[in-house]
Ligand binder design. Structure first.
Ligand code: G3H
Ligand code: 13P
Ligand code: ZN
Length: 333
C-alpha cells in the first residue's frame, strides 16, 4: 500500500528528467479516471484536494473514495496532498485526515508574512511526518502583467531566485511552487503561450536540491474546447500551456511536480455536453459521467507522457521502501 509523502517521488524526479503529475480530485469519476490512467502507465501520482473540494465532496467521502483507489492499486505510489491551503487550521485538519503532503499558499502575503506562515506550517507538518509545499511569486500569465506595466516591471511578478533561496533556508520547506508565467484556469495567454524557462534555471541554481512545482499547467486541449463550443458552451479564446513546454520544463529544466485541474474539468464537461446535445433523451448519469471519465483517462495518459513519468512507479516504490517512511494513519479513519 504505497501511500507516501512526495519525498521518495521527488528524490527520483529531481535528477531523473520526469515530474509527478498532481491532479485535483473532487468526486468519484475524476478520481477513478486519474487512477486508471496512472495504473495503465505505471506512473507515480499525487492526488490533490483543495479547500473547495473538501467543502464540495465532504472529506469523509473523498477519503473513502481515495482509500478505495489505493486498495485497488496496491503497487501504485500515491501521495495525498492539500492544494492551496490557506490557514494553519486547515493544514491541521488535513494532517488528521491522513494527508501525506500539504501546500500552504502565502504567496499573497508580503515576503516576511509568507515566511512566517510557511515556517509555522512546516513545524506542525514535519512533526507529523508530512511534507510541505509553499509558493513564492505571483501566479498569472506573463502577458497579463505586461498590459499597462513597464517591461522592466514584468519580472517583479515572477519568483525572484535570491528571495527563493532566502525563503527556503528560513522556512525549511520541502518544495516550492514558482511563478514563471503560468496561471490557473482556461485562459492563460492572450497571445502566444510563453513560459519564463530561464527563471526555472536561475532558481535551480540558487536553490540546488529544492524540488520545484509548476501550478496552472493545464494545456486546455483544443479538442475539448471545440466540443464545448460546438455543443452549447461558450469558451472563446481559451488557451493553456502547450504540452511541449511542459515536457521541456520537466526534462530540460528539472521541474518535479506539475499541477493539473482545468484539463480534468474540460474533459468531463466536453463529454457531458456532447452526450446531452447528441442524445437529448438520455437521463442516466452513468451514460454521461461514464464517457466523461473515459475522456479523463485518455487525457491523463497523454499528460503522463508529457511529464515523462510513464513506467516510474516501481522505482519510486523502491525509494519509498529504502527511506522506510511510516505508513500514514489513513486507514485508521
Ligand atoms: O488551483 C486551484 C485548483 O484548480 C483548485 O480549484 O479551489 O476551485 O477547487 P478549486
Ligand atoms: P490549472 O488550472 O492549469 O489546471 O492549474 C491547477 C493548479 O495549479 C492546481 O493547484
Ligand atoms: Zn494551483
Amino acid at each position: 500500500m504505497p501511500l507516501m509523502t512526495t519525498k521518495p517521488m521527488f528524490d527520483l524526479a529531481y535528477d531523473g528528467g520526469f515530474a509527478i503529475g498532481a491532479f485535483n480530485v473532487n468526486n468519484m469519476e475524476i478520481t477513478q479516471g486519474i487512477i486508471s490512467a496512472c495504473a495503465a502507465e505505471k506512473s507515480p501520482l499525487i492526488l490533490q484536494i483543495s479547500k473547495g473540494a473538501r467543502k464540495y465532496a465532504n472529506m469523509r467521502f473523498l477519503r473513502h473514495i481515495i482509500s478505495a483507489a489505493v486498495e485497488e492499486n496496491p503497487e501504485l505510489p500515491i501521495a495525498i496532498h492539500l492544494d492551496h491551503g490557506d490557514t494553519v487550521d486547515l493544514v491541521k485538519a488535513c494532517l488528521s485526515d491522513g494527508f501525506t503532503s500539504v501546500m500552504i499558499d502565502g504567496s499573497h502575503e508580503p515576503f516576511e508574512g509568507n515566511i512566517k506562515l510557511t515556517a509555522e506550517v512546516v513545524k506542525v507538518a514535519h512533526q507529523a511526518g508530512v511534507v510541505v509545499e509553499a509558493e513564492l511569486g505571483i501566479l498569472g500569465g506573463i502577458e497579463e502583467h505586461v498590459v499597462g506595466v513597464k517591461a522592466e516591471d514584468v519580472e517583479k511578478f515572477l519568483t525572484d531566485p535570491e528571495q527563493a533561496q532566502d525563503f527556503w533556508k528560513r522556512t525549511k520547506v520541502d518544495s516550492l511552487a514558482i511563478a514563471i508565467g503560468t496561471s490557473h484556469g482556461a485562459y492563460k495567454f492572450k497571445h502566444e503561450a510563453k513560459l519564463a524557462m530561464g527563471r526555472i534555471e536561475q532558481i535551480m541554481k540558487t536553490c540546488p536540491g529544492l524540488p520545484l512545482v509548476m501550478h496552472g499547467s493545464s494545456s486546455v486541449p483544443q479538442e475539448f474546447i471545440d466540443l464545448i463550443n460546438k455543443y452549447g458552451g461558450s469558451m472563446p479564446n481559451a488557451k493553456g500551456v502547450p504540452e511541449e513546454q511542459i515536457y521541456a520544463a520537466v526534462t530540460k529544466y528539472g521541474v518535479c511536480k506539475v499541477n493539473i485541474d482545468t484539463d480534468l474539468r474540460l474533459a468531463l464537461t466536453a463529454k457531458i455536453r456532447e452526450v446531452f446535445a447528441t442524445k437529448p433523451s438520455e437521463f442516466d448519469p452513468r451514460n454521461y459521467l461514464g464517457p466523461g471519465r473515459e475522456a479523463i483517462v485518455s487525457m491523463v495518459r497523454r499528460k503522463l507522457q508529457a511529464l515523462n513519468s510513464v513506467g516510474k512507479a516501481e522505482a519510486v516504490v523502491k525509494q519509498w521502501k529504502k527511506l522506510g517512511e511510516p505508513m500514514p494513519a489513513y486507514y485508521k479513519k
